[in-house]
Ligand binder design. Structure first.
Ligand SMILES: [Zn+2]
Ligand SMILES: [Zn+2]
Length: 345
């Protein structure tokens, strides 16, 4: 198979011809039809993720058709149209037993703990537990756009954030995660305040359902601006970027008993970001992390997409081939452009 491959961090990957994967007894192999390019891939390539052992093939936001099935797999047949959460559970740890496969104690992550989907074929593990069937009506590009970003935002807004109609929801950062969160919160009937540094992304945020936009550049005091526009603060606030400043702004923009959900990854120098814990106590705030979503929560999201309430395809900015993927991966730190890039291997 052809795949994006690197044997050193921070040096431009190459597209190489590698041996096709074969399925483990409980796994499947998927022919990748579309796969999202994500900042997590960039972090991995930079060497920020200790799970990655070199050499490596990145990619974790995939959709495709089943190409081979392990001998113990019961659910899947060759040709089935599928996607998979970016964290697959083992099925036998306490987290999996309680339905939280996305924080499994023995999690496998294509593109991190194993080779990923910037390739013609990718192996998936524990397929009966983790793989999700796609509706026939859903294009592969759209399914790949669910990626980690849309799915994690769905879980952050609805499951962790308990978004309710009429509430004010602040979203800090209007990249793929943030735009997803805006669309989902607006679909839930919330009033969304979108925050970013660029007018281009704020315009897209507005088009996707934001009621108010705040440009955080030029010394804007974001928490105060949000408290002003919401009449006292957001009920729910999401740091969709993953930065010490946006995390702080998010918590400080909440009204009393508000909920902060951290979705943007906090890595490298942001891993130990300061938090105003005096405010957390005085306001009885909640701080939650969100790390993806279980396969068994996908059907509700897919129903909302099928009903036209959510349109993840609107987040797709462009599609590229495998040969353009290495340069696009290396450029992911620049926050250029809006929306999601889909690779078609
Ligand atoms: Zn598990
Ligand atoms: Zn991702």
């Amino acid at each position: 198979m052809r795949a994006v491959y690197f044997d050193a961090f921070q040096t431009l990957p190459a597209v190489e011809t590698l041996t096709d994967p074969s399925p483990s007894p409980t796994g499947i192999v998927v022919k990748v039809e579309a796969t999202g390019l994500c900042r997590s891939d960039w972090h991995g390539w930079m060497g920020h993720d200790p799970d990655i052992k070199l050499p490596h093939v990145p990619g974790h936001e995939l959709a495709g058709t089943v190409a081979a099935v392990g001998r113990d797999v019961k659910t899947w047949r060759v040709g089935d149209r599928v996607t998979v959460p970016f964290v697959s559970g083992c099925g036998h740890c306490p987290e999996c037993a309680s339905g939280h496969q996305h924080i499994c104690d023995n999690q496998v992550q294509p593109g991190f703990t194993m080779w990923g989907s910037f390739a013609e074929y990718v192996a998936l593990e524990y397929a009966d537990l983790n793989v999700v069937r796609l509706p026939d009506s859903m294009a592969f590009d759209t399914a790949a756009a669910l990626g980690c970003r849309f799915v994690t935002s769905f879980s952050a807004v609805i499951d962790k954030g308990r978004c309710a109609p009429g509430e004010w929801v602040a979203v800090h950062g209007c990249g793929g995660v943030g735009l997803s969160a805006i669309m989902i919160a607006a679909a839930m009937g919330a009033q969304v305040v979108a925050v970013d540094l660029t007018e281009e992304k704020l315009a897209l945020a507005k088009a996707l359902g934001a009621a108010v936009t705040i440009n955080a550049s030029g010394g804007t005091k974001v928490p105060q601006a949000i408290r002003d526009v919401t009449g006292g603060g957001a009920h729910l606030s999401i740091d969709a970027l993953g930065h010490a400043v946006t995390a702080m702004n998010s918590v400080r923009s909440l009204r009393k008993r508000g909920r902060h959900v951290q979705v943007g990854l906090m890595l490298a120098e942001h891993a130990r970001a300061a938090m105003p814990m005096d405010r957390v106590i005085a306001y009885e705030l909640e701080i939650k992390g969100s790390h993806g979503m279980q396969a068994h929560r996908y059907p509700e999201m897919l129903r909302m997409i099928g009903a036209g309430m959510l349109k993840p395809e609107k987040l797709v900015a462009k599609t590229i081939g495998l040969d353009a993927a290495p340069a696009a991966l290396a450029a992911m730190d620049k926050f250029e452009g809006t929306g999601i890039t889909i690779i078609r291997p």
